[in-house]
Design a protein around this ligand. Structure first.
Ligand SMILES: [Zn+2]
Ligand SMILES: [Zn+2]
Length: 471
């Protein structure tokens, strides 16, 4: 493969203002459907095109879809493009060799990554390690190039069945290459970590049965991270902090999915020390939440343990509840602060649900526990819904929103409906179908709760043998 260098990839701003930069909810009222039928937009969303009405092209959800609570898809063949990616050297180096042919960069998939796909897991697209900072690692690691291309191939086609073939081919190459890279030690462990993270976190997006939550990749990521963190001098390195934050986020996302013994321990001396050292560090995925992700990882494992053996650890519960309650988010941005707060509520809700599995006689009353769960559910859901979808951090809301919304009652039917609309908006951007599955699971759960059945979101999900990660 020809060496990919930053110099031979040029990014050029397009001449037109991308439609994605239009502000939603502006004072400009959309014209009536009657008068706009004749001026339908070429780049309008799928739903507006189908209904032959003008789309205002607000991203991620156009105003009409927002009003109607629909999933909004912009045409994947005409994405709002901020940058144009040029790789003229690909053609100059075109080879007849089969291996080199399949290993060369795919410019349209790379462009899709930088324009669109890399932004689904970040609170601010301007501060995104998975965007242009990734160039440095792509140039050093072919496995990372293919991992990125695999996500782009699937994301731009909404992870549909047909796109999965291209996606799986790219994944297969990425897997083979990363194993070779780890063996040869010629590629930095940081680049390899990114490859493993991208392959692993996307496993449930691609697996039709939603049973593969990327455990093998997760174990590989942890082994890689442990080597990096074994030298404390690395702890303050900016990229090391970035990957540690991704690891903690990933751990939090799957802690409820794995059998407790399958997951590597989180409360090791090194991990707890590095989490403490990251208290004021603002991570691109959810700000200053490292401590909350860490606690969520512990709570998730605990929930699964109690579900399997019924044995509660009151000391752990008390300490963790205290740690969660005293934690204060120091975010300046209101919406990111709401996000951090809702992750905290998520942890408390999970902890209180354990109490409701087997309340202590005379000490814990079911009504009181349910009251606590409901009050945290209301607080988290309201805070998350107060964040407009034009704020990029709404993309990260799926996990805390789903867990919190599971505690809403039948009297909260308006909020329930707003949650469903919000999850569809998140899906419009992330296109990850596990979010749609989670939405249907939530609706099923509410029906069961309204019929008096006592079951948690996690219990219902596991009863279907689903492993939904929601990111
Ligand atoms: Zn539209
Ligand atoms: Zn739309």
């Amino acid at each position: 493969m020809p060496r990919l260098t930053i110099q031979n990839i040029r990014f050029r701003p397009t001449k037109t203002i991308p439609s994605g930069l239009q502000v939603s909810g502006s004072t400009r009222e959309p014209a009536s459907e009657k008068t706009t039928k004749i001026c339908r937009s070429r780049h309008g969303c799928r739903e507006c095109r189908r209904r032959k009405v003008k789309c205002d092209e607000t991203r991620p959800v156009c105003s009409r879809c927002q009003k109607r609570g629909l999933v909004c898809f912009s045409d994947p063949h005409s994405p709002p493009s901020v940058w144009q990616l040029e790789l003229p050297w690909i053609f100059a180096h075109a080879s007849t060799d089969k291996v080199a042919q399949t290993s060369k960069p795919n410019s349209s998939l790379l462009q899709w990554w930088f324009d669109t796909a890399c932004h689904i897991m970040v609170i601010d697209p301007q501060v995104n390690p998975l965007s242009y900072p990734m160039m440095e690692h792509i140039t050093a690691s072919e496995s990372l190039l293919h991992a990125i291309q695999s996500i782009s191939a699937a994301h731009r086609r909404f992870f549909d069945r047909d796109s999965r073939v291209d996606c799986l081919k790219e994944r297969d190459q990425a897997l083979q290459l990363v194993q070779a890279e780890l063996g040869s030690k010629k590629v930095s462990l940081l680049a390899s970590f990114f490859t493993i993270f991208i392959l692993g976190i996307s496993s449930p997006w691609i697996d039709e049965s939603v049973q593969d939550y990327g455990l093998e990749h997760f174990l590989g990521a942890r082994a890689t991270l442990d080597i990096i963190l074994s030298d404390p001098a690395n702890w303050t390195d900016p990229t090391v902090r970035v990957i540690t934050g991704y690891y903690l986020f990933w751990d939090m996302a799957i802690a409820l999915l794995g059998e407790p013994l399958d997951l590597p321990a989180l409360d090791t001396d090194d991990m707890s020390a590095i989490v403490e050292s990251m208290q004021d560090y603002c991570h691109p995925i959810a700000g200053r939440s490292a401590k909350i992700f860490y606690l969520l990882g512990l709570v998730g494992r605990y929930v699964r343990r109690v579900m399997s053996d019924g044995k509660r650890d009151l000391f752990f519960e008390m300490n963790t509840e205290d740690a969660l309650l005293v934690w204060e988010p120091t975010e300046v941005n209101t919406h990111v602060r709401s996000l951090c707060n809702s992750f905290r509520s998520q942890a408390l809700i999970l902890l209180y649900q354990v109490r409701s599995f087997s309340p202590l006689p005379l000490l814990e009353h079911q009504d009181h526990i349910e009251g606590q769960i409901h009050s945290h559910a209301l607080s988290a859901v309201s805070q998350l819904l107060d964040t407009p979808v034009t704020q990029h951090c709404f993309n990260i809301q799926a996990i805390p929103l789903t867990v919190a919304a599971s505690g809403l009652k039948s009297a909260d039917s308006d909020l329930r409906q707003q949650v469903v609309t919000r999850l569809k908006a998140i899906y419009s951007t992330s296109r990850v179908r596990t979010i749609l599955l989670a939405t249907s699971l939530l609706e099923e759960l509410w029906e069961l709760h309204d019929a008096g059945v006592h079951i948690t979101y996690v219990e219902l999900m596991l009863s279907k043998n689903w492993k939904l990660t929601l990111v």
